[in-house]
Design a protein around this ligand. Structure first.
Ligand SMILES: [Zn+2]
Length: 82
């Protein structure tokens, strides 16, 4: 009997946001589509999971809708708003 695919996805790629210039947009490591954190349409990607540490966003897990890769974002900077 076939097991159903686990809901928890394996992480295919990890993106370190501290190494990305600009507004945080980056190309999908697999298919190259630009993933922008400001894009809230969920047409290009969907957020799977967010991890919060000390009330700050620490990690973001998202799925690329084009190629299906699961990408982990880390390195969110804790920049105090002035
Ligand atoms: Zn992709």
């Amino acid at each position: 009997m076939m097991k159903k695919a686990a809901i928890k996805k394996a992480i295919n790629y990890t993106i370190d946001l501290t190494k990305i210039d600009g507004d945080g947009a980056f190309p999908c490591p697999k298919c190259g589509i630009i993933i922008s954190p400001d894009d809230e349409t969920e047409e290009i990607y969907q957020i799977v999971e967010t991890k919060v540490k000390n009330d700050e966003l620490a990690e973001l897990l998202l799925t690329c809708n084009k190629c299906g890769s699961t990408i982990k974002l880390e390195g969110f900077l804790t920049q105090p708003e002035s």
